[in-house]
Design a binder for this molecule. Structure first.
Ligand code: SAM
Ligand code: SF4
Length: 343
């Protein structure tokens, strides 16, 4: 029986050194290969300080792990770039690069599709096809750096998929993206967005790594959430807020609440007032995102006056809030939409 080859980009430097020992090699070879990977080596033949015999051995038991750019679109409005990547099994995923102020932020996908079923989201229409491996999440960032020649400073886990539903791979991704001799992206520059899988929020907090947590709330009422997010049937808002408070205590980081404003669904003054009451006294911030229309869904953005009234009502009650401008709106703004159109 043929044994499964190992993806070397899944490893931290230490793990790669350990791996070398398991195949009868000296551990420093792990550091050499690690350095080559982050220098952009695409094949073992590129690694010219590695003996040919070891390169042949590596070829037999492992592979580096590369995904390919299938399509790239650039927004004429704000320079945002959207990429479709082709995975080794033929699946396609979507990644976005945004460049504002001095920050270069990449929004990575975490799964092919999603099984959470939020009614406004294009990523979930065909359900979950599969989880991404750590290296497949990482390589979205590597390939965008190579393509643009820019150093990525910030990562948001806000593309397709639910990171806490692919938790083991997400944890490993967080380790490898933070590697000193790798991409070296600091935890404070990473934001993980979740629809609110409560037990995993506690687990994430217990890792005590200071990444930013974004919680997709979208309604101050359990009943309202249940209408648009099936996950709300499993976890109440009270449970979510308790978990967020625990996260803040453990990490000392401010939590962001994502609130996608949908016309006539969750954009009333009452909802703004209830939200303010709910979040009172919490170290938090609210990100208001006017919903991006998705062809298969009937939801619409509220009128501008409603959006700003909602924000002002939160601010009046001392809840910091911003309206997030939609980046790349001319190139299929809603997450997962470009992928769907391409398919
Ligand atoms: C695509 S999700 C991925 C991360 C995670 N699964 C979550 O739900 O937080 C990232 C954010 O995009 C929001 N979102 C999804 N579809 C949207 C749409 N059509 N318009 C605006 N925001 C949307 C989600 O609610 C969430 O806050
Ligand atoms: S919003 Fe997030 S959790 Fe909900 S379906 Fe989309 S990707 Fe999945």
């Amino acid at each position: 029986m043929e044994t499964k080859k190992v993806a070397l980009k899944n490893f931290t430097e230490e793990q790669l050194k350990e791996f070398m020992k398991t195949i009868g090699e000296k551990s420093f070879r792990g550091s050499q290969v690690f350095t080559w990977i982050y220098k952009g080596a695409k094949s073992f033949d590129d690694m010219n300080n590695i003996p040919k015999s070891l390169r042949e051995k590596l070829e037999k038991v492992s592979y580096i792990g590369n995904i390919d750019i299938e399509l790239k679109l650039e927004s004429k409005v704000d320079g945002t770039k959207k990429y479709l990547f082709l995975l080794n099994d033929g699946n396609i995923i979507e990644t976005v690069m945004m460049n504002y102020d001095s920050r270069v932020t990449v929004c990575v996908s975490n799964q092919v599709g999603c099984r959470m079923g939020c009614k406004f989201c294009a990523s979930t229409i065909d359900g979950l096809l599969r989880n991404l491996e750590p290296w497949e999440i990482l390589d979205q960032v590597i390939k965008i750096q190579e393509d643009t020649g820019k150093r990525v400073s910030n990562i948001v886990l806000m593309g397709s998929g639910e990171p806490l539903d692919n938790f083991e791979n997400t944890k490993q991704f967080l380790k490898i993206i933070n590697e000193k001799n790798g991409l070296n992206i600091g935890y404070r520059h990473i934001t993980l967005s979740t629809c609110g899988i409560v037990p995993k929020i506690y687990e994430l907090a217990d890792l005590e790594i200071p990444i930013n947590l974004a919680l997709s709330l979208h309604s101050p009422y359990d009943e309202g959430r249940k209408e648009i997010m099936p996950v709300a049937n499993a976890y109440s808002i009270k449970d979510i807020l308790d978990a967020c408070r625990y996260y803040i205590k453990k990490t000392n980081r401010r939590v962001t609440f994502e609130y996608s404003l949908i016309k006539g669904v969750n954009d009333s003054e009452n909802e703004a007032a209830s939200l303010a009451k709910l979040l009172k006294g919490m170290l938090c911030h609210v990100n208001l995102i006017p919903i991006n229309a998705v062809e298969e869904r009937e939801y619409e953005k509220p009128d501008k006056s409603f959006i700003y009234k909602f924000r002002d009502s939160l601010e009046k009650n001392n809840i910091p809030a911003t309206v997030r401008i939609s980046m790349g709106s001319d190139i299929s703004g809603a997450c997962g939409q470009l992928r769907r159109k391409y398919k």
